[in-house]
Design a protein around this ligand. Structure first.
Ligand code: FAD
Length: 414
């Protein structure tokens, strides 16, 4: 394979979006993965393009919620006991970043990316002919307790100041949007500006196909072979070694496998999550993803069925799957929506790559010229893939970035 301009390592939604943006700017780009585009974490998300995001998920502030998690009775989070000593520093940093003033700061620092999320997807979707996957029907969040809904006041006020539309709804208002739901909740918030897709895998494949149509290459290879040879970055693939002046690491939860040997040790944590598809009983259906907020799971209508996605599990990336949250929440989910039989025998598991401050790292790697990072997209990799793909392509080509990339620099970790 001839010399390329840019090697993109990782064909998830983040790497594929970066490759497409680079190809659109006329660069010779090679997308390297050990499996097909979108088959990693990007396969199994809830499909929500959450441009409406204001506050990131926070460390529990009330003792009861924390106690439920500790006693392994929570539907929202689970953990492996043996993993706690390893994850403790990350959890402490997450707790610090969850203080009221810090989440407001994060909301401001992340707004430039979130505000472009839907529009940047629309641009890539139009270029890729993938319109059939996009639903611009918003996102519905349900609240079972008065306290959970009342606690949203600050977030609603900040959202309004950002110009984000929110419709607080009563039970009847929510059922008018989603008639198949049962009134087991007390309040709802409808975020009309959010969008969603009915097949995140197919969307990533469409972006990869568009990149290929523009001359981008794809190669099967192991990113861990990345090394500097002279002035070039080189990686071994099934079609031989590929060299390029620039390389982008977009390996999601696997980024440390490549970065640590290069001396780049970033505090990337993971929050594992599961999904399982269910048939809906009778003619029941959903018009948009629905979050059962107090219980921390989502029901998302997908081509494969109703995809139920779980909250966070703190466990080693490669540890045995333990989808206990599904068992805990199923009675509540079935009471909310008429879920029929499961479609697959086993749940899918993926690892959200998360920094404790809920910001990704986007930019040139410290001390490694020509090596670019686009990692740590946490709960919002689908949402932010195209926006961060555009940002990194603008930085690589020396164009004026559409927003200030300073808040996303790796150097913030010292
Ligand atoms: C249950 C769940 C629900 C979610 N819901 C949403 C949602 O509704 N909206 C949203 O925006 N986000 C959501 N997310 C988060 C989102 O899915 C992730 O942030 C996103 O998929 C991360 O994308 P990525 O491209 O960084 O990583 P990945 O998709 O994991 O891509 C990394 C790629 O690197 C490849 N790779 C790894 N190691 C190597 C190697 N050594 N050599 C070659 N290739 C390698 C992998 O094969 C993979 O294709 C959810 C996540 C989960 C788990």
């Amino acid at each position: 394979m001839p010399q390329s301009d840019v090697i993109v390592l990782g064909a998830g939604i983040v790497g594929t979006s970066a490759a497409l943006h680079l190809a659109q700017r006329g660069l010779k780009v090679v997308l390297v993965d050990r499996q097909g585009p979108g088959e990693g974490t990007s396969y199994g998300n809830a499909g929500i393009i959450e441009g409406n995001t204001v506050f990131p998920p926070a460390f529990p502030s009330d003792f009861a919620a924390l106690a439920r998690i500790a006693l392994k009775r929570s539907t929202v989070a689970n953990y492996h006991l043996t993993f706690l000593p390893r994850v403790a520093p990350w959890l402490m940093a997450f707790r610090a970043a969850s203080q009221p003033q810090r989440v407001v700061e994060t909301a401001h620092l992340m707004r430039p990316l979130f505000s472009r999320a839907v529009a940047e997807h629309e641009a890539l979707i139009a270029a890729s002919g993938a319109e059939r996957h996009l639903r611009k029907t918003g996102w519905l969040k349900l609240y079972r307790s008065e306290a959970a809904f009342a606690a949203l006041r600050r977030e609603f006020d900040l959202a309004t100041s950002f110009g984000i539309a929110i419709d607080p709804l009563d039970i009847d208002g929510a059922l008018a949007l989603e008639p198949a739901l049962a009134p087991v909740f007390r309040h709802a918030a409808f975020w009309p500006g959010a969008a969603s897709v009915d097949n995140p895998l197919a969307l990533t494949q469409a972006y990869a196909a568009r990149s290929a149509a523009l001359g981008g290459a794809a190669a099967n290879g192991d990113a861990r072979t990345l090394r500097r040879v002279g002035q070039a970055w080189t990686v071994d693939t099934e079609v031989g070694s590929i060299a390029a002046g620039q390389a982008v690491v977009a390996l999601g939860p696997w980024a440390p496998d490549v970065l640590k040997p290069l001396g780049i040790d970033l505090p990337l944590g993971i929050k594992r999550g599961y999904h399982l598809h269910y048939r809906a009983e009778g003619n029941a259906g959903l018009n948009r993803p629905v979050l059962d907020a107090d219980l921390g799971y989502c029901l998302a209508p997908m081509q494969q069925g109703i995809r139920l996605t779980t909250g966070a599990e703190f466990a080693a990336r490669d540890a045995k799957h333990s989808p206990v949250q599904l068992g805990r929440l199923m009675p509540y989910a079935k009471a909310l929506f008429p879920l029929g039989e499961a479609i697959e025998p086993q749940p899918w598991m993926g690892c959200r790559p998360c920094f404790a401050d809920s910001r990704p790292v986007i930019g040139e790697a410290p001390g490694q010229p020509g090596l670019w990072l686009s990692i740590g997209h946490a709960h919002w990799g689908l949402t932010l893939g195209p926006a961060t793909g555009r940002l990194i392509a603008e930085m690589i080509t020396g164009a004026t970035p559409f927003c200030d990339p300073a808040p996303y620099r790796a150097e913030r970790f010292g």
